[in-house]
Design a protein around this ligand. Sequence first.
Ligand code: WAQ
Ligand code: MG
Length: 661
Amino acid sequence: MFSIRMRSAKGGPHEKGGTHISGCERLVEEKDLPGQALEMVVRALSHSKGKADFIRITMDEVRKEEISYIPCPLIEEYRGEGIEETISYGKRVLAKGGITEEAVCKAVSALLSRKISMRGAMIVSATTGERLDGLGDRGVRVTRMGFENPAEASSLLLSHGYQGVHIKEALVLAGKVLSCPEVLGELCISDDPDYVVGYVSYKNSLGNPVYSRLSPMKELGNSFGGRIFFVKDGANIEEIRSYLETKTVLVRSPLLSERGKIAGGELEDVVKEIEREVETLRSSPDFRTLHTYHPLNAARAMSEGKEYIMMTTNNYLGLAQWDELKCGARRGAAMGTGSGGSRLLSGSFPLFETLERELAALKETESALVFNTGYMANVGVINALVGAKDHILSDSLNHASIIDGARLSHATIHVYPHNDISSLERILQSLPEEGRRLIVTDSVFSMDGDIAPLPKLLELAEKYNALLVVDDAHATGVLGEGRGSAHFFGIQSKRLLQVGTLSKAIGSEGGFVCGSETMISYIRNKARSFIFSTALTPMDIGAAIEGVRLIRNGKAPISKLHGLVRSMTHLLAERNIDVPGKTKNGNVAEDFNETPIFPIIVGSSEKALHVAEEMKKRGIILSAIRPPTVAKGEARLRLTVTADHTEEDLAYVADALKELL
Ligand code: WAQ
Ligand code: MG
């Protein structure tokens, strides 16, 4: 592909004082270059601002690998009663994207009070409207962008009555500007005297780009226009500028629907707004759908008549398909299929006591309490222990259930950098004396597979009078002979609470917390997700009892799992695929973390999805983990190894990955 750019002026080149007439830029296939150049020349010679006497066209080749793909903003349209009314509608639209009225007023009046039109855009603060780019009359020029499929884009736009180059170019530019994470929105008024349509753009509550086409934005005949980019406070202006001026992007096809246009003066109906958001989401690589698989064991599943190797389950030991657990579930079912009420009312059937005793024995604590899911365990435990006057110290990579639990508690949340003990200690030192402190962390991080330094965390908890909640979701049944992270590190304490789940290695469904008798009584009395939920079914509990017993009695295939984890680490490292534990020369460090989670970071959601799709064609299912589960730009493939895999499975998977990465 080629980037082709034109800029034209009257009275000589811009640098020598010529008045800017028009500029544009496209990304096109080589074969379309002559046609495009011609179109651009014609445009400069027949512009409504006058005939150019200086035209410069530049073209350079763009390599396919340099190109990023971004979504097209969704189009909405508004026709106002007059300019002022349209602009005040525009302000309300921008407010949806987090841009203040003050910022819009200040920036628009700065734009309109200029003597000459700018060639580029002003970057301003979305809260104060203060100009931040310092680039004077030139401003920031957005370049290196185009539609992925220009012909399709034109015909789609045309089929909805949108004609001409203005909207096409504006959509692409607005798409690129909004794809910059630090930009919140844009306002644009055309400088073409015969064009009174402008737009504002913003990111809706799902973060999707919206292009709100507005008219009239100015008087007919007025050749004064410009663009304003609103950015977050503290944004790095140099980075934004370099992204806008140099990064090559292609915009996916526009998404249009018959409902696209809003006729009257009212803001959009809420149901329609959601319908549109779903439509945008659908075109995004982060859109989520469900796939149906019939599991055969932890490593194999059938879908549409085909057998797949599964690299996605948290059923690490394969226990969910073991006969012992199925029998346990049947024994439970003999009591009935539903529990009929909260544990505190009628739902506490005898199997619960057995399970809680088994769990406490597994975790070497005095007591245990079962919740309906791991999510509810985290939310319930955190909220039982701390409230509005207290402090939560939370690892930056903690699971969503911890984050949600912390938010719900109304405690002050201090997020410390991942596994960073000294930052954590600094925060602890800075806390006021009053109020409880609770340190909370995943023990094995769900998306990275690494392990938190629990002994050091416990030391800090003791030194600074804090509680320590550890989420052992991915450690139970895996680390420390299956007993989890506390056993693995050999730590115990009355201030330590071990949260976990029954639904991963244990092979059933539900969550739990283990700790001292006192702590568990306290949580039983205070955790609302426990108090106000109907208890789990007898089948879940019956199966979980068997799962815990197998692990505790050493009958679960834990060492087999570890052998396979080691093999997988070596297989990937030998193929030079970056996995935790791999050293520079393709060996494996001796003390690597033996967890069955293998993150392979690929960057973009598109790439992660692409590799996952290709792997599926090869009979392998793995998960493409995308934002918001992980940070933007850190999309990854997540593979989990289970005790049901074979060495051959793993070698086949490693070979396929090597081919695709
Ligand atoms: N980068 C930054 N700013 C630019 C760029 C660019 N590539 N191109 C133009 N501008 C600024 C510059 O200050 C211009 O004076 C101003 O924007 C207006 O540019 O039907 O025609 O090319 O939905 O005149 C919007 C509505 C039309 C389209 C916008 O802009 C529709 C338009 P123009
Ligand atoms: Mg123009």
